[in-house]
Design a protein around this ligand. Structure first.
Ligand code: HDD
Length: 713
């Protein structure tokens, strides 16, 4: 299925459209909003030098008014995010499934704008919170805009949009004291989660490494809901969308996440920006899982239930195209903040299903843009404009940017020549899929949605040993932050339904016992979705022993592209050693960064000057993927004088990173715990640069983790 196009760059139609409204301020005079030239923007107009300020001062009023209104409401969820432009290319047409132009024309380079985000934190919160990551893609297609508004986890917490405000209110800072920021580790979240067992699947993903990614560029993306693809005969297939990063799926440790939040809370935002500026364009392949309509009921779970995934081992992911992000925004506010994603934005060839979460989302996103962006004309903001022309009779409202011409703003009309006119479906108009519905109006939930335990258990079973340990640690941390034992116990009971030993492990850390039976309050809680108890959880099933695709241990480990390698060096470092490493890593896009005792330049032992990338006082080991220490007697002596280098190396060791050292660098290692782990497969003392490179591509040596628990950093 793969006929991969070359990664051609260049401006997309969307970027060309945006370029027309980009304002360049270089060599331009300062003016007012009305175009008056200004000669003083430092002093207000006063009655006398020390006198009171005059109301007449329109320059002051304009400047201050604008400033007073600079902020718009932040997104109620996903407030903190980062975006980039790029394009999507199709490998091979899929007309048998969809008539969408984007899925049929391999010559197209469909422009995209992507926004990644955390969910719970405010706009200024840390990138490294334990959280789901938003993965929202706006495709500017020739047939109109399609938004695929997904996350980096393939399932969601709740099954019905009706519960979204409750979910969000429980995870957000508690309303009486606005604590904690960007964290799920608190009573209200676990109070809600433990009373709402449908959340358990997404909850265990939240405890996994997926919730602390190494980079936005190293996460998968998922459309989550089952959507429909419609072909030109009007036939439908169910579909789930997957984004697979070409760099593989990688995460940091929780200890690192906490420390990165202090050292650089913009870590993911900076990483995305820097990679694009460096020409290391992030890429994802788009995959589809296709299920024929006739197979809708063939699964052990309901395809309309957004808390369930279709294991890739049951329905393969077919890779159909690739997305490349190749341009940073010109202005954060105008583009990343004002971009508005709506799951309701679809194009002919793509349609919805009756997933009750999706159905509610179709209302919520348009509604929220009205308060966020202030007008139903938000589609006229440059980043939100489709690349095709729009004409309709919605001509007024706040901030109309165009001048709609003509006497008529209604349909049908004769006075406007019948325009804007309708288009036949055969000529490309959108047509809803004709789904047969014969139903009673009912406020309830399908019984087929009551299996809360099978898939969290499948997920946990599919993880590697170290991933499982991380889940246990994360539960222990999060529940350890809860102050009410009844909430902790309710959670332990539910975790035990997923996996007994896991719950026991967490209970031991909390100093509690796993409740053996469900007492009445818990029973009622589990049935709390409806009062008559019809929704008792279904017994746990095992329809698949393991799904290897769910474990990050089975991701790609074949590249060092854009990996950050700290080179610990001072004046007199060995050029020969450094050159050997550089020649192995350089051509594959790894970033070797000199971390020296001071800023400016340092000299190597061949007396050449080298720019320092970071002074040790400004950086931390958690900001790097690996550590290299070239020899050079003078250099090592200087490093030995700075205690922070020892901490730097010990931390790298504890976080299971690859470490290489040559020549005199061994003396520095003797001051660290590295010498106790000389036989570790990712530690190289006077080793081969090519082997070090392989270890860096492998991301982490998780097998080390249990052996370095005693290192006190
Ligand atoms: Fe949502 C934003 C993803 C369920 C209501 N959501 C938002 C964003 C992402 C998601 C990535 C940020 C978009 C951006 O970068 O601007 N949301 C999801 C996913 C869901 C989901 C994958 C389940 C599968 N969301 C969901 C429900 C509701 C909302 C059930 C309401 C009933 N989401 C919103 C919102 C936001 C939003 C309040 C806040 C800002 C915005 O829409 O534009 O309307």
């Amino acid at each position: 299925m793969k006929n991969k196009p070359k990664n051609k760059q260049g401006n997309s139609k969307k970027v060309d459209q945006l370029t027309k409204v980009v304002k360049d301020y270089q060599e331009k005079p300062l003016t007012t909003n009305q175009g008056l030239l200004v000669n003083d923007t430092n002093n207000s107009l006063k009655a006398g030098e020390r006198g009171s300020t005059l109301l007449e001062d329109f320059l002051l009023r304009e400047k201050i008014t604008n400033f007073d209104h600079e902020r718009i409401p932040e997104r109620i969820v996903h407030a903190r995010g980062s975006g980039a432009h790029g394009f999507f290319e199709l490998y091979e047409p899929i007309p048998q499934y969809s008539k969408a132009g984007i899925f049929n024309d391999t010559k197209r380079k469909t422009p995209v704008f992507v926004r990644f985000s955390t969910v719970a934190g405010n706009k200024g919160s840390t990138d490294l919170a334990r959280d789901v990551r938003g993965f929202a893609v706006k495709f500017y297609t020739e047939e109109g805009t399609w938004d695929l508004v997904g996350n980096n986890m393939p399932i969601f917490f709740i099954q019905d949009a009706m519960k979204f405000p409750d979910l969000v209110h429980s995870v957000k800072p508690e309303p009486n004291r606005e604590i904690p920021q960007a964290a799920s580790a608190h009573d209200t979240f676990y109070d809600f989660v433990s009373l709402t067992p449908e959340t358990l699947h997404n909850q265990i993903w939240l405890m996994s490494d997926r919730a602390i990614p190494r980079s936005y560029r190293m996460m998968e993306g998922f459309g989550i809901h089952t959507f429909r693809l419609i072909n030109d005969k009007g036939e439908a297939h169910f579909v789930k969308f997957h984004w697979k990063p070409l760099l593989g799926v990688h995460s940091v440790t929780w200890d690192e996440a906490v420390k990165i939040s202090g050292a650089d809370s913009d870590f993911h935002r900076r990483d995305l920006w820097d990679a694009i500026e460096a020409g290391q364009y992030p890429e994802w392949e788009l995959g589809v899982q296709i299920v024929p309509e006739k197979d809708e009921h063939k699964f052990e779970f309901d395809l309309l239930d957004p808390t369930k995934l279709i294991p890739e081992e049951m329905v393969a992911v077919q890779i159909i195209g690739k997305m490349t992000l190749n341009k940073n925004p010109e202005n954060f506010f105008a583009e990343t903040e004002q971009v508005a994603f709506l799951p309701g934005h679809i194009v002919p060839g793509i349609d919805f299903t009756n997933d009750p979460l999706l159905q509610g989302r179709l209302f919520s996103y348009r509604d929220t843009q009205l308060s966020r962006l202030g007008s139903p004309n938000f589609h006229q903001i440059p980043i939100n404009r489709p690349i095709v022309e729009t004409h309709n009779n919605q001509r007024d409202a706040h901030m109309q940017m165009a001048i709609p011409k003509g006497q008529t703003a209604y349909f049908p009309n004769t006075l406007g020549g019948g325009c804007p006119h309708l288009t036949k479906i055969a000529d490309g108009a959108f047509e809803h899929y004709e789904e047969k519905i014969d139903a009673k109006k009912i406020r309830s939930r399908s019984k087929s949605f009551t299996d809360y335990y099978s898939q969290p258990a499948l997920f946990y079973r599919s993880l590697s040993k170290s991933e499982q340990n991380h889940v246990a640690d994360a539960y222990s941390f999060e529940l350890g932050k809860c102050t009410h034992p009844h909430i902790q116990e309710r959670m332990l009971y539910l975790i035990a339904q997923i996996d007994g030993p896991l719950s026991k492990k967490v209970a031991d850390k909390l100093g509690l016992k796993v409740p053996k039976t469900v007492n009445k309050p818990i029973n009622q809680a589990i049935g709390a979705d409806v009062t008559d108890g019809r929704f008792e959880p279904a017994p746990k099933k095992n329809y698949l022993d393991q799904s290897p695709a769910l474990s990050q241990a089975n991701t790609k480990f074949d590249t060092v592209a854009s990996r950050q390698i700290a080179v610990l060096a001072a004046n007199g470092f060995s050029m020969k050693n450094f050159k050997a490493i550089k020649s192995v890593f350089g051509q594959d896009g790894a970033q070797l960064k000199i971390v020296a005792p001071h800023g400016g330049n340092i000299k190597c032992d061949e007396n050449m000057e080298h720019p320092v990338d970071a002074a040790i006082m400004t950086t931390e080991s958690v900001l790097f993927d690996a550590i290299y220490i070239p020899g050079g007697e003078k250099s090592i002596k200087a490093l030995l004088k700075e205690g922070k280098y020892i901490k730097f190396i010990n931390e790298g060791l504890k976080h299971c990173k690859a470490i290489a050292a040559d020549g005199e660098a061994e003396r520095l290692l003797k001051e660290t715990f590295v010498m106790d782990h000389k036989n570790d497969t990712a530690i190289f003392i006077n080793g081969k640069p090519a082997e070090f490179k392989k270890a860096v591509a492998h991301h982490r040596n998780w097998a080390r983790e249990d052996k370095v628990k005693d290192i006190p950093v």
